[in-house]
Design a protein around this ligand. Structure first.
Ligand code: ADP
Ligand code: ASP
Ligand code: MG
Length: 415
């Protein structure tokens, strides 16, 4: 059995949805198709929620999003197809939900709103496959993937989810399932999400629970490239990559794979293929167990919008273990991920993604006990398989705030 994941870009218009049929055409195997929201739908839903919460008129944006889904569907389905009333009902439900909302927990409301994107896309894809003679079954993954109550960043309950999978996905009745990425639910059936861009992780989890032969994520790029093609010209495709290399890249911020994707696959030694949905017959990147990485192509990862926070004790005392644990405790309390960390005798510095609300809260809290200094608008550059020549080229004319080198990776916080 195989898992195929189609991200936002691969279902952004009618032509892309038709292309899915071409891609799955030659598969003579059980298949689970995991689909993200179409195009930029999740951003649009975030915007609708923000308009609603600021008491602005969200109806126009809601209508635009509905028009977008209807336009795609008009190009795919005959006029009287049931998909149109399904789309209508989904949008009515969303509007009703917002107009009758009493939920004060923002994260919980967020998940219940943005999840509509994946419900819409999977309904459209599933009905379109049926129309194209591909028998399939639509699954609401929220009945299977169970998480804790950490809304917007749900942590999967592996035991419960494994039991649900075995009960609900039976491949003797149906050989192709279509389901949602990104979304899940609590034990009380409240919708949660796995974090933005989390559909890759959903596909990887399905691979893990179903002991799949492989997981393929279909992208608008040829595979994993040695740099973000939006920032760098003349990128090179990496043909093969070890799980270890892939997890490092994802952790450093290479946006092509969600960081949580690799672990479940590594644990069961399931290969991950990253392939182009445009040139779908071409080999992309294979991520698998490789004992010794022979491909030492330099890889560049840039994480923008970083804040570098430096903390020192007020009384010049050594920053030792107890301070470290207090500071990491505060970071965990605010659910903030540290991208780079460094310490000296009397100071600790770390770089985090700048989330205005969280950063402010963090700084206020740390200022209660420490002297806190910070710099905004920095970038974090990581170079795998670096050389001094490459470093020189990449950081010329930039102010270096922090520099770290290990055997394989050079990292810089730059102004
Ligand atoms: P999806 O449609 O699955 O959500 P994403 O947009 O999340 O796809 O990921 C694909 C995008 O990631 C590409 O369009 C590319 O611009 C970007 N990207 C960033 N870094 C890399 C990299 N190292 N290799 C390939 N793509 C990258
Ligand atoms: N639709 C979600 C997002 O845009 C999940 C995903 O695309 O992976 O973040
Ligand atoms: Mg994505």
């Amino acid at each position: 059995m195989k898992i195929y994941k189609f991200g936002g870009a691969s279902v952004k218009d009618a032509e892309s949805v038709r292309n899915i049929v071409n891609i799955i055409n030659n598969i003579d195997d059980n298949l689970v198709i995991v689909v993200s929201a179409m195009g930029k739908t999740t951003n649009a839903l975030e915007n609708i929620l923000s308009l609603y919460l600021n008491e602005n008129n969200f109806i126009l944006e809601l209508e635009n999003l509905k028009k977008y889904h209807n336009k795609i569907s008009k190009e795919l389905f005959p006029e009287n197809h049931e998909i149109f009333s399904i789309i209508n009902d989904i949008f009515n439900n969303l509007q009703l939900k917002l107009s009758q909302n009493k939920e004060s927990n923002y994260d919980k409301l967020y998940d219940s709103v943005v999840s509509f994107g994946e419900i819409l896309s999977t309904k459209i894809v599933s009905f379109y496959l049926t129309l194209s003679q591909t028998k399939n079954s639509w699954i609401d993954i929220r009945n299977i993937f169970k998480t804790n109550n950490c809304f917007r960043e749900g942590i999967i309950d592996f035991n419960l989810t494994q039991k649900n999978i075995l009960k609900q996905l039976k491949f003797n009745n149906c050989r192709t399932y279509v389901t949602q990425g990104f979304i899940a639910s609590t034990i009380n059936n409240e919708t949660t999400t796995l974090g933005r861009e989390g559909s890759d992780y959903s596909a990887s989890l399905l691979g893990y629970f179903l002991n799949a032969e492989s997981v393929t994520i279909w992208k608008d790029v040829a595979g994993v490239l040695n740099a973000d093609p939006r920032m760098t010209e003349n990128t090179i495709k990496i043909d093969e990559m070890s799980y270890k290399e892939a997890i490092e890249l994802a952790y450093f911020g290479a946006q092509v794979i969600h960081p949580k994707t690799i672990k479940p696959l590594e644990n069961k030694q399931i290969p991950l293929y990253v392939k182009s949905f445009i040139e779908y017959k071409k080999a992309g990147t294979t991520i698998k167990k490789i004992e010794k990485n022979l491909d030492l192509t330099p890889i560049y990862i840039i994480k923008k919008n970083q804040v570098l926070i430096s903390i020192s004790p007020r009384d010049f005392s050594f920053i030792v273990e107890e301070n470290l644990s207090t500071i990491f405790g505060v970071l965990a309390e605010f659910n903030i991920k540290v991208n780079l960390f460094q310490h000296s005798a009397i100071s600790i510095s770390f770089s985090i993604d700048n989330n205005i609300i969280k950063t402010k809260k963090l700084i206020n809290k740390l200022q209660q006990n420490y002297i806190v200094k910070y710099n905004n608008n920095l970038e974090l550059l990581s170079i795998r398989h670096f050389s001094e020549k490459i470093i020189k080229e990449m950081i010329s004319n930039k102010k270096i705030y922090i520099e770290q080198k290990s055997r394989n990776t050079a990292r810089f916080v730059l102004g």
